[in-house]
Design a protein. Structure first.
Length: 419
């Protein structure tokens, strides 16, 4: 199943996507549509929405991604489209805004003037990256200004996204079957941390970021608002992840990783295809993560799937366990290898010592060496976990530490983006 990390802007997702394209430039073309240059009366929300819809089929056909920026501009990237097909797509968008002076400015008929800029990413990758870096920095500055204004006026930002509807889910699933999901594919390390020693990654959790996917595909929809539709969506994502892993050329994706999936996915043909693609002996290094809620919805199916994957050599991790739930977990009865405990405020500085002592007792019962403390946002959470005997950790704080270690060993080029 996919995870839903912290908020990420379209500009951040675009920059992340562009960086991932560095080794996959062949046949890629991009377009920056300068909708922010339209007259205000021609770039209202419904105008932008129609423009996005006009592009949907084209972007999906050519395994692309589109990004609606905070300033109203639109950037999309496709693979395998000819220059003529790109020109036709932009002309369709120009026709939508034919009454605006912006679309009438370049009367010589060459290119698209101030309306759109085309990039041959295969040959102009550096130039395209400059664009992505610039819009990321501009949006970050804009968000900082908005935050400062909100703090001055005492306002807060609320989630105004609409709930996911069944008909939207159907269209989204069709899109996911064809889309390039590399820009929302994430890895997060689970590391061993002994005392003050630097973290040592032991495996990576691989997942599709639900939040980044939503921001890219349906930015005005809350994908997780309807539990049952969300569950159905994650099953579709499970299948895509397994297909990606089965066909992966990256050797780092052949061992020492975990996948968070639904119980039903373990019994699907896609899992069998993934399993048959694995190298001899690698199954023992792989972890299957299952959500407690999914397990309890059909426990007999879980038992069948558990026995099936354990017989093949996979380890099983019970995910979705909060400090309040851990006392109800009998790891040995459930015959799972690991339990992932979510960190919260009690693990932070100033956490209630009585609650911590109670959690420590449950960690002892489950097995200190069997617990992964996840969502560790700072060093204090690591230290609290260590005081309970936990040695395996995961979270944003460790991500930052590992990135710093990597930068020290491999200094970035002068063009690297500071975030």
């Amino acid at each position: 199943m996919a995870q839903q990390p912290n908020t990420a802007s379209q500009e951040y997702l675009l920059l992340d996507y562009a960086q991932r394209l560095e080794r996959h430039r062949d046949g890629r073309r991009g377009v920056h549509v300068h909708l922010s240059r339209l007259k205000p009366q021609n770039r209202r929300e419904h105008h932008i929405r129609i423009a996005m819809n006009t592009l949907d089929d084209f972007v999906q056909t050519f395994e692309g991604q589109s990004f609606l920026l905070g300033n109203g501009d639109l950037i999309f990237v496709v693979k395998g489209a000819s220059l003529q097909q790109m020109d036709d797509a932009v002309m369709r968008m120009r026709y939508l805004f034919s009454e605006d002076p912006l679309t009438q400015a370049d009367s010589d008929g060459e290119g698209h003037g101030r309306f759109a800029t085309l990039y041959n990413i295969e040959g102009q990758y550096a130039k395209f990256m400059e664009l992505c870096e610039r819009v990321f920095e501009e949006e970050r500055a804009r968000q900082k200004r908005l935050q400062q204004m909100a703090e001055q006026t005492g306002e807060t930002f609320e989630d105004a996204r609409r709930p996911l509807k069944p008909e939207q889910l159907g269209r989204l699933e069709e899109f996911l079957e064809r889309a390039d999901l590399s820009s929302v594919f994430r890895r997060q390390a689970v590391s061993v941390v002994h005392k003050d020693a630097p973290p040592k990654p032991i495996f990576n959790e691989l997942f599709i970021s639900i939040f980044d996917l939503a921001k890219t595909v349906l930015p005005d929809v809350n994908l997780s608002s309807n539990r049952w539709l969300f569950q159905h969506l994650t099953q579709t994502l499970d299948r895509r992840v397994l297909k990606m892993l089965a066909r992966a050329d990256d050797s780092s994706l052949h061992s020492s990783f975990s996948i968070n999936v639904n119980v039903g996915t373990l019994l699907a043909p896609e899992f069998l295809e993934f399993d048959s693609s694995l190298r001899m002996g690698s199954r023992g290094t792989l972890v299957v993560e299952l959500q407690l809620l999914d397990i309890l919805s059909d426990y007999s199916a879980f038992v069948f799937a558990r026995d099936f994957v354990r017989e093949k050599g996979y380890r099983i991790c019970l995910d979705g366990i909060t400090p309040d739930l851990i006392r109800f977990i009998d790891r040995q009865y459930m015959e799972v290898d690991l339990v992932k405990l979510s960190s919260d405020s009690v693990f932070d500085s100033g956490g209630n010592p009585d609650i911590r002592a109670a959690i420590a007792q449950q960690v002892e019962r489950v097995g200190k060496g069997r617990v992964i403390l996840s969502r560790c946002d700072n060093e204090a959470m690591i230290r609290t976990g260590q005081s309970m005997g936990i040695t395996m950790f995961q979270g944003r704080y460790l991500d930052a530490v590992l990135q710093q270690i990597a930068r020290t060993r491999n200094p970035p080029s002068p063009r690297a983006v500071r975030r």
